[in-house]
Ligand binder design. Structure first.
Ligand code: ADP
Ligand code: NI
Length: 215
């Protein structure tokens, strides 16, 4: 099968799968990660096919949408085998998405440029204007407030602890979004990250002004 045909079939598979999802992991998150991954891959001279395919499939193995992460990986492996993706590319894509789905504390580092590109693309979609939009959408869906005055920025905590604490959308900036810039791998990803980071910093500044009725 031609690479374009494999990409097209992956798009269809993923789009059908996420049709029902409204948690911020909808098809349009994947769409944006793919577009970002292609942009960064061109700049970083990474393999475009591997980046595009891994970006398309990056959330398909996530434990949120599968019984276990291992079963999620197996599902993607079966799909790649069914499409007869070349072994080298199949293994590379699987390595990237299993590293990205890994949830046991600190993510293991990405070893290839393609992995670094796709991971940057996923992280960039969590910051900037889109990061802000996704954060407020997530908070609203979970019944969390937009802001709690006096609430102190918290160290990153587990999802379970967070759910119990019901802290605000604004707090999520301090526990995650403002830290992501430092985790970007590639030079071009870092450049994009600087801009998106600054946009969030400015947003917060304006947010506090407006919250306090200032100009
Ligand atoms: P990912 O695996 O992409 O980090 P998550 O499910 O953790 O995905 O988050 C999906 C989106 O919701 C991201 O944009 C993330 O920043 C946001 N989000 C995650 N947890 C929270 C939270 N506790 N409060 C507000 N937004 C959140
Ligand atoms: Ni993602």
């Amino acid at each position: 099968m031609q690479t374009e045909e494999i990409v097209k079939q992956a798009q269809e598979w993923v789009r059908d799968f996420f049709e029902e999802e409204a948690s911020g992991h909808d098809w349009w998150h994947t769409y944006r990660v793919v577009e970002l991954a292609k942009t960064i891959a061109r700049e970083e001279k990474a393999d475009l096919f591997v980046c595009e395919l891994a970006a398309l499939l990056h959330d398909m193995a996530d434990s949120k949408f599968n019984e276990t992460e291992a079963k999620g990986i197996q599902k993607v492996a079966d799909w790649l085998d069914d499409k007869q993706v070349r072994k080298e590319e199949r293994d590379h894509v699987l390595e990237i998405i299993s590293t990205m789905s890994f949830r046991g504390g600190h993510n293991p580092p990405m070893t290839t440029i393609e992995g670094k590109v796709v991971q940057d693309a996923d992280r960039l979609d969590a910051i900037g204007a889109l990061g802000i939009a996704r954060t407020f959408a997530f908070s609203g869906a979970h019944g969390h407030p937009i802001y709690v005055p006096g609430e102190q920025p918290q160290e990153a905590m587990s999802k379970e602890e967070y759910e119990k604490r019901q802290s605000s959308a604004v707090n999520h900036f301090y526990e995650k979004l403002l830290l992501l810039k430092e985790k970007l791998n590639t030079n071009y990803g870092k450049e994009m990250g600087e801009e998106r980071h600054l946009f969030m910093v400015n947003f917060l500044e304006q947010f506090y002004l407006e919250w306090n009725g200032e100009k």
